[in-house]
Design a protein around this ligand. Structure first.
Ligand code: 13P
Length: 263
């Protein structure tokens, strides 16, 4: 079995102030350096709000640290008359190496279509970023037995036109919408089943090697107390963390659980 390095993302959503963001970044970087050292078995990325990217990036650089920087979203074009939007090139220019695309809050609060998410994914990749593609079903879809079908539809739409070479810069985040910010987590067994089905879709779109290599994070009410059992599942390669990423100690404990699951 090829080894997949677990990856933990901290999605700060529309939280923090500039000062709080800088402090959180400093504490996370310092904690990772002290706790796990260089070359630890986990990759860590934080996704601050756009206005704080430069501040957080400066803190992370100063620490010389192991934490990468990402944008919470990316527009489809490199530049142009798109008031309020931010391109992948701009994210790169601000020190980002990663971008989230298709987060459920953008799909379901802001109405982003599967097709738009696909355009954003391709834009992130063509700007040279790593993309974290979020997929996941809503509660009614889960109760209707459509979890795998929804994930497959979202994956196929987003990955259409993404070549095998670029797939190495894609991470998938499975985030069941009903588990986000609710305190309800998928059981490790349920999450594992969904992850295995997602990996099978990747195998059918690309090949078995691509499916084995791609990392699939779980997101949705991950906390220090449930992280280890989720990350111990064979197809769960770390997590995308919302609320618990706003507390350095909680986030560090979750990163530690992922590092401990490295295989
Ligand atoms: P919570 O961890 O707050 O449930 O959020 C998950 C999420 O949406 C991460 O992108």
């Amino acid at each position: 079995m090829p080894s997949r390095k677990p990856i933990v993302g901290g999605n700060w959503k529309m939280y923090t102030t500039q000062d709080a963001a800088a402090g959180l970044a400093r504490d996370v970087a310092a904690g990772l350096i002290a706790g796990t050292g260089e070359g630890a078995g986990v990759e860590v990325v934080v996704f601050p709000p756009f206005p704080y990217l430069l501040t957080v990036g400066a803190v992370l650089r100063e620490r010389g640290g192991p934490v990468a920087l990402g944008g919470q979203d990316v527009w489809t074009q490199p530049e142009g008359a798109f008031t309020g939007e931010v391109s992948g090139e701009m994210l790169r220019d601000c020190g980002c190496t990663h971008a989230l695309v298709g987060h459920s809050e953008r799909r379901h609060v802001l109405g982003e279509s599967d097709e738009l998410v696909g355009e954003k994914l391709r834009a992130a990749l063509s700007a040279g970023l790593h993309a974290v593609l979020c997929v996941g079903e809503k509660l009614d879809e889960r109760e209707g037995g459509r979890t795998d079908a929804v994930n497959e539809r979202q994956l196929r739409a987003a990955l259409a036109g993404v070549g095998a070479g670029d797939l190495s810069r894609v991470v998938i985040a499975y985030e069941p919408v009903w588990a986000i910010g609710t305190g309800k987590t998928a059981t490790p067994e349920d999450a594992q089943r969904a992850h295995a089905a997602i990996r099978a879709v990747v195998a059918s779109m690309y090949d078995a090697d691509a499916a084995e290599a791609i990392r699939i994070q779980y997101g949705g009410s991950v906390k220090p107390g449930n992280a280890a059992e989720l990350f111990a599942q064979p197809d769960i390669d770390g997590g995308l963390i919302g609320g618990a990423s706003l507390q350095a100690s909680d986030f560090l404990a979750i990163c530690g659980a992922a590092g401990g699951s490295a295989r």
